[in-house]
Design a protein around this ligand. Structure first.
Ligand code: FCB
Length: 485
């Protein structure tokens, strides 16, 4: 990494960083609507699949729901002030579809849009650049009851909602992300069932994947029509950084399979003209791809976008199916995506997953920042787009000290290692434009409810009091300095 020249540095009052980031690099944090907003029945909002799923006994730990979450809907001004205190230059949040277009059909609800107008205006007043994600997993429940992502119509509904949202907010939101981690929506939502809507049908999971892709493409088209020419459009993918356990042909074949159904199922049609033949062959016994993919779909999905977002937490290590693993479902499903007797890897259910190492977060996810630099360098090479790290962060067992402070050195270490990995990728030529720490606030961690804390700001769920952790103060210093000390 090049050293910043102190005479030209914008941060000349602060010591020059040892590891500097490019000028204009976005220093961000990320959240998602259902995880933080609460106010589930206010302002005309109707239930999403996550409301329904969380209220189904046994689906979310401790029966937790996002009904109240961290009450961001009412406390957003305080939260934006916190962001400003940290010096964030950008904030990635998601729009709740059922808050803007209840039931997923018909006109937009002004009260829903007003909430986001007020949020965005407050961000802009504080000099924080908004990045809006259209879909962070909260499909209106009515659309699920009509068939959900496994039916084609849902893709068209999504594009219509995208146009409504962009029509109202496009004058003040410069960066739009269509989908967050469609892999999770399709394969955890309809495959293993550990996420909403909790269905467990491998064919439906693959159909959902295609319709999420189609929804992305249609939404890109709709956004281009509505947004000013200066607006940038992105997608956030959790591309798995897949490593074979050994260099044997069997383990390399396992890696190929997981790359196909984990990654290329998205990047193929989005950036390479279509679905790869090997992916279709691996899953041909589950879906008829010729029927599922209609003429013109792949061109629609491949509409050019401006930025590619990566959500990275850990690498994925795989090996060939084995008898020993077949006897231990636990080992076979050690993929970090939650326990289910149903697989989230349709067509490749027998591939065995391994932990990359024993240095794990509270989620049990191994800490290995080399996967982040490898991913970014590979994405730069393969797709040639400017990149954003739209999520990266870690849950740990935070303890509130007697003085009310939360000292979280493990999280500081995690973020420091991963920022160093981003810097390494930039030094290797990857055009990385920003980093969004997951998450600003402790929040509703999906099937784990409130048991896992990812925030750099602690939230007392009884009082809703926000307390910046050590990691928040450390991150603020990094931002002030423009890099790592
Ligand atoms: C990602 C999700 C995000 C958060 C983190 C920990 O998969 O996009 O909402 O839950 O994991």
């Amino acid at each position: 990494m090049t050293m910043t020249d102190p005479t030209t540095s914008a941060h000349s009052s602060v010591a020059a960083p040892r590891v500097a980031f490019p000028p204009g690099f976005s220093w961000g944090a990320a959240t998602a609507a259902y995880q933080i907003e609460g106010a589930a029945a206010e302002g005309g909002r109707t239930p999403s699949i996550w409301d329904a799923f969380a209220k189904t006994p046994g689906k979310v730990l401790n029966g937790d729901t996002g009904d109240v979450a961290v009450d961001h809907y009412h406390r957003f001004r305080e939260d934006v002030r916190l962001m400003a205190d940290l010096g964030l230059t950008s904030y990635r949040f998601s729009l709740s579809w059922p808050r803007i277009q209840p039931t997923g059909r018909g006109p937009a609800v002004e009260r829903g849009l007003d909430f986001y107008r007020a949020l965005v205006d407050t961000l802009l007043e504080h000099g924080i650049s908004p990045v809006a994600t259209l879909y962070h997993w909260d499909l209106p429940q009515d659309l699920e009851e009509a068939g959900g992502w496994p039916i084609r119509e849902t893709a068209y509904r999504f594009a219509e909602y995208a146009a409504l949202a962009a029509g109202a907010l496009g004058d003040r939101v410069p960066v739009w992300t269509t989908l967050n981690e469609p892999w999770c929506s399709a394969f955890l939502g309809y495959g293993s069932g550990v996420h909403a809507p909790g269905r467990t049908n491998p064919a439906d999971a693959l159909k959902a994947a295609h319709h999420l892709n189609l929804g992305h493409g249609l939404a890109v088209g709709a956004l281009r029509e509505v947004l000013p020419a200066s607006a940038k459009i992105a997608v956030s993918l959790n591309l798995h950084l897949v490593r074979p356990l050994t260099d044997t042909p069997g383990d390399r074949e396992a890696a190929r399979r997981i790359e196909a159904v984990g990654n290329r199922i998205w990047t193929g049609p989005m950036f390479k003209g279509g679905y790869d033949e090997d992916l279709k062959a691996d899953t041909a016994h589950l879906v008829d791809w010729d029927e599922l993919v209609r003429p013109g779909d792949e061109a629609e999905i491949g509409r050019p976008i401006d930025l590619l977002g990566l959500n990275y937490y850990n690498p994925t290590v795989v090996s060939a199916p084995s008898e020993a693993a077949a006897e231990s479902a636990e080992a076979a499903r050690n993929d970090g995506h939650g326990d289910s007797e149903f697989s989230c890897w349709p067509g490749s259910e027998d591939v065995v997953f391994h932990l990359a190492n024993d240095d794990v977060t509270a989620m049990g996810w191994p800490i290995d920042a080399s996967g982040l630099s490898d991913s970014l360098v590979g994405m730069h090479r393969d797709f040639g787009l400017p990149l954003l790290v739209t999520e990266n962060g870690a849950a740990f067992e935070d303890v509130v000290g007697p003085d009310g402070e939360v000292d979280d050195p493990e999280r500081v270490r995690y973020v420091e290692l991963h920022l160093q990995a981003v810097a390494d990728a930039i030094a290797a030529g990857a055009d990385v434009r920003g980093y969004y720490l997951w998450s600003l606030l402790d929040n509703f961690e999906w099937a784990y409810g409130y048991s896992k804390r990812f925030g750099i700001v602690h939230v007392d769920y009884d009082t809703q009091q926000r307390t910046p952790k050590t990691s928040a103060r450390w991150y603020a210093e990094v931002i002030r300095r423009g890099g790592l000390a």
